[in-house]
Design a protein around this ligand. Structure first.
Ligand code: GLU
Length: 310
């Protein structure tokens, strides 16, 4: 693709990769600020990627971009949409199939949960049920009409990644899904292909995805890429230590604007939570960049309650 800045040889990049399923909340916005800070202060390009293979809401992408701009974030165009990349994911999946690195899986979620886990597989990992089906068994399963998912035939059970905040992190690798039963490429496949092909050498995102990183980095190596380094940053939680949701009241820029709290004030609060500003101080994104030091970042979640806002 000639309009794509993510070609090899270009300056390495960081990225923010939201799912355009609705407005970003202050937790997503804080992660975006961190992703921008990591990229820009590390001399990287900063890219925005819409991960729209799953549930999307009409106009959510434009709303998210407007909110990111309102905080002062910028990125190199074009914004990539994963739904524009389906032929490329298809090619990669076909390549893995042809190389014998995959197998068809007919299991339902229930069957996976109920299956006894094999001695060599980590807890919660795919138990290997369909790994060794004969051609005849596969044909019988297909004849039932249930379309198979495609899983990676993993040749290891763990992989180690490097994370700026978590150090050397070793986590489980199993026969994870790369194409869902409905034919859609899985998130774990698309994210790896895109990060590699967009020249992303550092991935900053919420630490809910830390345990996915070993699988993704392993897949990157299978595809011949050097895995990125990671910066999995603490989440934003409500006072019950649960991820923010609509029930928590004003959590999006629109909710807060309705209370008279503008994006500048939201950025100030995010900055205080990152120890990059003093309470009451007004900052902009460039000031934060001049103060940013990954070693000084808080390692625990930011707890946000209604009292947060003036
Ligand atoms: N699209 C994912 C999300 O919004 C993020 C994936 C990633 O950063 O790797 O949770």
């Amino acid at each position: 693709m000639t309009d794509d800045p993510g070609v090899s040889g270009a300056t390495p990049a960081g990225r923010f990769a939201p799912s355009p399923s609705g407005p970003l909340h202050v937790g997503n916005l804080r992660t975006a600020v961190l992703a921008w800070l990591f990229a820009r202060t590390g001399g990287r390009r900063f890219l925005l990627r819409m991960e729209d293979l799953d549930r999307t809401a009409v106009g959510a992408d434009a709303g998210q971009m407007a909110d990111l701009h309102a905080l002062g974030l910028d990125w190199e165009p074009p914004v990539r949409y994963q739904t524009d990349r389906l032929p490329r994911y298809r090619q990669i999946i076909d390549g893995l199939n042809d190389a014998g690195r995959t197998f068809e899986c007919f299991c339902t979620r229930r069957e996976i949960l109920d299956a006894p886990s094999a001695p060599h597989t980590p807890p919660g990992a795919y138990p290997g049920t369909c790994r060794t089906l004969t051609a005849q068994q596969r044909a019988e399963k297909r004849a039932t009409g249930r379309p198979p998912a495609i899983r990676i035939l993993a040749d290891r059970t763990e992989f180690t990644v490097h994370d700026v905040l978590h150090g050397s992190y070793t986590g489980a690798v199993d026969d994870f899904v790369i194409q869902r039963g409905d034919g859609t490429p899985a998130y774990n496949l698309a994210v790896v292909v895109d990060d590699a092909e967009q020249g992303i050498d550092q991935v900053c995102r919420g630490d809910d995805l830390l345990t996915s990183a070993p699988r993704q980095a392993y897949l990157a190596t299978l595809l011949g890429h050097t895995p990125p380094t990671y910066a999995h940053v603490p989440m934003v939680l409500n006072p019950e230590h649960v991820r923010l949701s609509k029930r928590d009241g004003a959590i999006t820029l629109a909710d807060l604007a309705a209370l008279g709290i503008g994006p500048g004030t939201v950025l100030d609060h995010i900055a205080v939570s990152l120890r990059l500003a003093a309470p009451g101080e007004h900052v902009d994104i460039d000031t934060l960049a001049s103060r940013f030091d990954p070693a000084e970042l808080p390692r625990t979640p930011w707890i946000v309650s209604d009292d947060e806002w003036p």
